[in-house]
Design a binder for this molecule. Structure first.
Ligand code: SF4
Length: 166
């Protein structure tokens, strides 16, 4: 087993999105055509059973590899846990035709979301915590909220028999 590439950059197409840009952590294997895309993670706890089976990252990487003509590429997560007794676990993930079709459909729907600027205000996500656009993002949402034709709730949401009106 050898390292074929580290921190490689991908350009590939997805759905009718003209270009997707991604970066892989590592590519290991006996050869370029029989390699594993490896994604390194740290985690506070051990991954639950099945987590790798539904994650979008393997689908994206394996679709990119397919488009680049590397049909034999496989994928695995390598997860280091920050538990009292640390562990390093491998979680392989395989994807097939229907998974790529669903990924393309997800991209198609997200294109529509972006084109229509359907971005909801968001706080507390790990992405937001260190985002260089956080101030501009908050201001943009603030301006949008003030100019919204929809009346804002006064004194909080009205709760009535389980229904929440905003
Ligand atoms: S632009 Fe930054 S602050 Fe705004 S939602 Fe995205 S990650 Fe969070």
């Amino acid at each position: 087993m050898q390292i074929v590439a580290l921190s490689g950059i991908y350009h590939w197409t997805l759905g009718f999105n003209p270009l997707v840009l991604g970066a892989l952590d590592g590519l290991h294997g006996p050869s370029r055509n029989r390699a594993f895309v490896v994604d390194w993670k740290t985690s506070a706890r051990r991954w639950p059973e099945g987590k790798a089976a539904t994650d979008l990252q393997p689908t994206c990487y394996l679709w990119a590899e397919h488009q680049l003509g590397h049909e034999g590429t496989r994928f695995r997560f390598e997860v280091v846990t920050k538990t009292k007794v640390p562990a390093c676990e491998r979680h392989p993930a395989a994807r097939e035709g229907d998974d790529f079709t669903r990924l393309g459909e997800l991209a198609r729907v997200l294109e529509i979301v972006v084109a229509n600027k359907c971005f909801h205000p968001r706080d507390g996500g790990w992405e937001c915590a260190n985002c260089p656009y956080a101030t501009a993002c908050k201001e943009w949402h603030g301006r949008r909220t003030k100019s919204s034709a929809r009346p804002l709730p006064s004194g909080g949401a009205k709760r009535d028999s389980g229904r929440v009106d905003v």
